[in-house]
Write a protein that binds this ligand. Structure first.
Ligand code: ADP
Ligand code: ZN
Length: 216
């Protein structure tokens, strides 16, 4: 089963993907996470992607698609988080799946108003040691600046500053939102209200996945 999660930055794709992957046994393919770890490890791919990620632009399509192609190989149950992000990537994805007898089963759009997305992004803090995500408005750590899980220091992602977060939301509107229309026409499309509580959103996502699995 191949599932795509679409949503603006801040809509909770990453958080929900981790929960859903654990529950259903999906391989979680998060292109943003992969880029961040490649950048931290200063690999060739990381060096190529760094400037784009830092400034909130999309990494060039051929670089992303090549990376995703490698990760998709042999994966039968996969949750795509952050890919495709524009029409060119969506067009590249279909043949990658069909060559291994797979197809997109479900596209879920996590809908969130832009203003709320910006608030969530700029108040997000991430643990530098274990990657746990906090939010100083909705999920503050017990001790300011410290991770509840491991005591590591909390920092702001370089692309979560107000100016860059705003840029990423613009990129979403211009390049990623057209995928909503595209996948609606392909009839594998469902929408979930991402402005509800984390638990409520999880519940709704599970309901959508369960009903799609029942159809298979
Ligand atoms: P968010 O969805 O919150 O913006 P991600 O962690 O998914 O965050 O992505 C962070 C950055 O990684 C993006 O702003 C972009 O630079 C890069 N990136 C991730 N996925 C893609 C993709 N499919 N195509 C191009 N760039 C990407
Ligand atoms: Zn931690």
């Amino acid at each position: 089963m191949i599932v795509i999660l679409l949503g603006a930055p801040g809509s909770g794709k990453g958080t929900q993907s981790r929960i859903l992957s654990a529950k259903y046994g999906f391989k979680h393919l998060a292109t943003g996470d992969i880029f961040r770890s490649e950048i931290a490890a200063k690999t060739t791919l990381g060096l190529k992607a760094a400037e784009y990620v830092k400034s909130g632009k999309l990494v060039p399509d051929d670089t992303v698609t090549e990376m995703v192609a490698g990760k998709l190989e042999g994966a039968e149950k996969c949750l795509l988080d952050g890919f495709p992000r524009n029409l060119a990537q969506a067009h590249a994805l279909a043949p990658l799946l069909s060559r291994q007898g797979e197809a997109i089963d479900l596209v879920i759009f996590m809908n969130l108003p832009k203003k709320e997305a910006l608030k969530r992004l700029t108040s997000r803090r991430v643990c530098g040691s274990c990657g746990e995500v906090f939010n100083f408005i909705s999920r503050p750590p017990k001790t300011e600046g410290k991770c509840d899980q491991c005591g590591g220091n909390l920092t702001q992602r370089e692309d979560d500053t107000e100016a860059t977060a705003d840029k990423r939301l613009m990129v979403f509107e211009d390049l990623t939102r057209p995928l909503v229309v595209y996948y609606k026409a392909e009839q594998v499309f469902q929408e979930v209200d991402a402005s509800q509580s984390l638990e409520e959103v999880t519940k709704n996502l599970c309901a959508v996945i369960d009903s799609s699995r029942a159809l298979r």
